[in-house]
Design a protein around this ligand. Structure first.
Ligand code: ZN
Length: 441
């Protein structure tokens, strides 16, 4: 018995699989790819160039060259990806996503019947849809429970396909505020649904922020004001006090986390900007003072026109389950949001691309480009919001957002030029993330 066990151990130790896992095999294999780009928009905001080659080594961009490089000249048995008939640009970034959230009108049913495990599995499915739509990175700005961290880490390890995820944890919100998910339910049944982001008073809020970071948050999402699409009968004005907002930002920044503030009414937007948040999400009712503060602080406006359109459609559907109070808020806020984003754009406020997918369908993220076009944004500027600007907002400008030497090989392509027709971005034909091809048709 002992002898056979010893033999078994000897066999296992000698097997090739064991040798590989022990790390004593040869150095990891070099992987080289040459991409021939018919037209290349390497740095959105600068002019595209025709006939360029992107050399990718081990998932990173080694160089960008003029002309179509011969793979044999690169060495390492480089493979060729022929996109000589395509328009090639950096992988797209959605800076306002909820990738574990199920879209649909049955939110209350979802909240009360689904577990964290459901969120993880649905999230894996939505992550794949999002990646195939050309979005190689998302800023997941608020998600209950722990599923989002498991999904983020599994994608990073290559266990499931999906975009890179920068994840906020639970919303930081006041008791009964937008984001307190138990609002509107019978208190004896549902009080305390995912309540670890609910806080009142500066100390309580600092603790809530630190607790999100303890769980794994890469950034903090705060509900600075009320929201349109929630049953809380507290309007869209400022919810947190100035002192609470300052405490939240101080606690987050001290631990190296940025803060994105959901905010609608101008008073709440401006209080959040004065407290030092890094972005305002939605910002339906921004005013001249908001625009001044945006420019003074350098904060981004994450315009989420997709969710505006989505919520307005539900509000205008008499058969939808939306309450009259929410319908009224939506009819007032959404058209104003379109006007105000246009105003902010004309005034030179920095805008980052966001959709609020999870309310609208996942994988339709590129619809936002059409809304940006509709408010008067140029095609190039719209692409900048979803690449250079979103990367900067996320603190990932050294890693993603442009196709330059040293950056991650996050690369997408369309048939025609999105600079001529922005809807090309709704028909992404090629997706590479970190050097791995996820779509090529
Ligand atoms: Zn959102």
């Amino acid at each position: 018995m002992l002898r056979s066990l010893a033999l078994l151990i000897a066999f296992v130790l000698a097997s090739p699989a064991h040798a590989a896992s022990a790390g004593d095999a040869a150095a990891p294999q070099e992987s080289w790819t040459v991409i021939h780009a018919g037209t290349l928009l390497a740095v959105p905001g600068k002019a595209p160039r025709s006939e360029r080659s992107i050399i990718v080594r081990n998932g990173r961009i080694e160089s960008v060259q003029r002309g179509f490089a011969d793979p044999a000249s690169v060495g390492g048995g480089a493979r060729l990806i022929d996109l000589s008939d395509s328009f090639v640009l950096p992988g797209l970034i959605d800076a306002h996503d909820h990738i574990t959230a199920k879209p649909g009108r049955d939110k209350r049913n979802w909240i009360t019947t689904k577990t964290d495990a459901d969120r993880a599995l649905y999230g894996a499915y939505y992550a794949k849809l999002t990646l195939k739509a050309g979005f190689t990175t998302v800023r997941n700005i608020g998600s209950d429970g722990l599923a989002i961290y498991a999904l983020r880490d599994a994608i990073k390890r290559g266990l499931v396909p999906g975009p890179r995820i920068q994840a906020a944890g639970s919303f930081i919100t006041t008791t009964g505020g937008h984001g307190d998910r138990s609002t509107g339910f019978r208190p004896d049944l549902f009080y305390g649904i995912d309540h670890d982001g609910i806080c009142d008073g500066p100390e309580s809020c600092m603790r809530a922020v630190r607790y999100q970071i303890k769980k794994g948050s890469d950034l903090i999402k705060v509900m600075a004001t009320g929201g349109v699409n929630s049953e809380a009968q507290t309007g869209v004005g400022q919810h947190f006090t100035d002192a609470e907002l300052e405490a939240i930002v101080t606690a987050a920044h001290a631990l190296g986390r940025k803060v994105g503030a959901h905010a609608h009414a101008a008073g709440g937007v401006n209080a959040a900007l004065r407290a030092g948040v890094d972005s305002i999400e939605h910002g339906a009712f921004i005013d001249d003072e908001s625009i001044r503060l945006f420019k003074e602080t350098g904060a981004y406006l994450v315009a989420t026109l997709s969710v505006g359109d989505h919520v307005l459609q539900i509000a205008n559907d008499p058969n939808s389950p939306m309450s009259e109070a929410v319908r009224e808020k939506a009819r007032e806020a959404i058209p104003t949001m379109m006007d105000n984003v246009a105003r902010a754009y004309r005034a030179g406020v920095k805008i980052a691309f966001g959709t609020d997918s999870g309310e609208p369908e996942h994988g339709r993220n590129a619809d936002e480009f059409l809304f940006l076009k509709a408010i008067g944004m140029s095609e190039m500027d719209a692409i900048v919001t979803a690449t250079v600007n979103a990367a900067d907002l996320m603190g990932l400008a050294d890693e993603i957002g442009t196709l330059e030497a040293g950056k991650a090989a996050d690369i997408v392509a369309t048939a025609g030029s999105p600079l001529d027709d922005i809807s090309e971005l709704q028909r992404i034909r090629f997706v590479m993330k970190g050097g791995t091809v996820y779509k090529n048709k």
